[in-house]
Design a protein around this ligand. Structure first.
Ligand code: NAD
Ligand code: AHE
Ligand code: ZN
Length: 387
């Protein structure tokens, strides 16, 4: 039985750099392999602002942004077996295909995926990148006022009271988890923790440098603390970030603006040859270079997490790599999303890492443009909005 369209509020990005418009949209019923979700809480990630700024080469308008959220399944389309109405869920912009895909080879990346080489499941990526759904190549959102189609974003579009996801993008979590907190596990916190645990694989006693002390950088610090790193050097131009970084586990603090020589040189001197691991959590290609070059010759590993705009490129002397430094990158911290997000929820509820501490602001959904302003001014880590 096909469900009915739902009219609800959504924050629509009509064009790059324009304030979002909170308007009525019509959300179509979930088609084959799709899930319609009532979003209860959504946070704002720097990547939403990045796409709204027009710097994302994949940015499409009009669209409904948002990818760090939690909600409850309202209805499911034909053939959906892994969730049901009433389930509490976290939308996952990085999808995860099913064991049967790996058996039948129906996921483009499933060979590497099943070998544990990557979390970059490709089952729905071609559709999510184009802002449409697989079943019919169309979006499920239209403007109530005139029927204009509205693109999806990252396969999640959580700035809406109701959204439609591919089943592969839905992680079912235990129903006693506080949705207003675990929504953060949909992106920034999981990404920072996973960068340390899955991508770099920081070991006990290691030295770590973290560039950028927003949510992602703080999660890297918390992950490095949990991995028992011996030195965690926090780097930011804004010294007001240092106190919070200390509370997350950073042991030393560096403001590059206070030094008259390249920051990589400062860090190499501080650590008698370079750090074991570094993480770029800003999205600045010059800092990415510094993060690589502050690593120890022979074995230092630098992980890029920050997202840089269209046309930006990284550079270093090849000699940096010839002499054993390794440049890596990570998406969603290397976590296989649908299977690992529920486990992250368990671990959060066991007190193994921080989540609540990133929530510096809460706002009603209608005030979403204020949340963007707070993010742009660097005043907030995460603003959680209630829908
Ligand atoms: P944020 O804006 O809250 O934090 C960035 C921090 O960097 C700020 O504290 C700022 O003061 C500092 N900074 C800016 N320029 C600097 C410089 N030149 N040197 C030192 N510090 C500087 O951002 P966030 O929400 O923590 O996200 C960080 C980045 O990670 C963004 O680019 C975001 O798009 C990206 N991201 C990537 C993934 C992924 O899966 N790869 C996931 C989430 C976010
Ligand atoms: N679309 C952009 C890149 C955006 C990007 O790199 N996104 C990260 C997640 S940021 C979450 O806040 C990511 O995981 N990318 C992997 C993927 O498949 O999108 C571009 O440059 O084209
Ligand atoms: Zn994000």
């Amino acid at each position: 039985m096909t469900g009915q369209p739902i009219t609800c509020k959504a924050a629509v990005a009509m064009g790059a750099k324009e304030p979002l418009q909170v308007v009525d949209v019509v959300v179509g019923p979930p088609q084959k392999g799709e899930v319609r979700i009532k979003i209860t809480h959504t946070a704002l990630c720097h990547t939403d602002e990045f796409t709204l700024s027009g710097d994302d080469p994949e940015g499409l308008f009009p669209c409904i942004l948002g990818h760090e959220a939690a909600g409850i399944v309202e209805s499911v389309g034909e053939g959906v077996t892994t969730c049901k109405p009433g389930d509490h869920v976290i939308p996952c912009y990085q999808a995860e295909c099913f064991p049967s895909d790996r058996e039948k080879n129906t996921c483009p990346t499933c060979r590497g995926y099943s070998l544990g080489k990557t979390n970059l499941c490709g089952k729905v990526r071609a559709f999510t990148g184009k802002g449409i759904m697989r079943a019919d190549g169309k979006p499920r959102f239209t403007l109530k006022a005139d029927g204009t189609p509205i693109y999806h974003f990252m396969g999640t579009s959580t700035f809406a009271e109701y959204t439609v996801l591919h089943e592969e993008s839905v992680a079912v979590v235990r129903n006693d988890a506080p949705l207003d907190k675990v929504c953060l596990l949909g992106c920034g916190v999981s990404t920072g923790l996973g960068a340390v645990w899955n991508t770099a694989k920081v070991e006990e006693g290691a030295s770590v440098a973290v560039f950028g002390l927003g949510t992602v950088g703080l999660a890297v610090i918390d992950g490095a603390r949990a991995a028992k790193a011996s030195r965690i050097i926090a780097v930011d131009l804004d010294e007001s970030k240092f106190e919070r970084a200390r509370a997350f586990g950073a042991t030393e603090f560096v403001n590059p603006a206070k030094h008259d020589r390249p920051i990589q040189q400062v860090l190499v001197e501080m650590t008698n040859g370079g750090v074991d691991y570094s993480f770029e959590c800003i999205g600045n290609v010059k800092v990415m270079r510094a993060a690589l070059e502050c690593c120890a010759k022979g074995w230092g590993v630098s992980t890029i997490i920050g997202v840089a705009g269209a046309g930006q490129e990284i550079a270093t002397r090849p000699f940096q790599l010839v002499t054993g430094r390794v440049w890596k990158g990570t998406a969603f911290g290397g976590f296989q999303s649908r299977s690992m997000v529920p486990k992250l929820v368990d671990r959060y509820l066991n007190g193994e890492f921080k989540v609540d501490e990133y929530i510096t602001h809460t706002l009603a959904f209608d005030h979403i443009n204020e949340a963007f302003d707070l993010l742009r001014k660097g005043q907030c880590l995460r603003c959680v909005m209630t829908l």
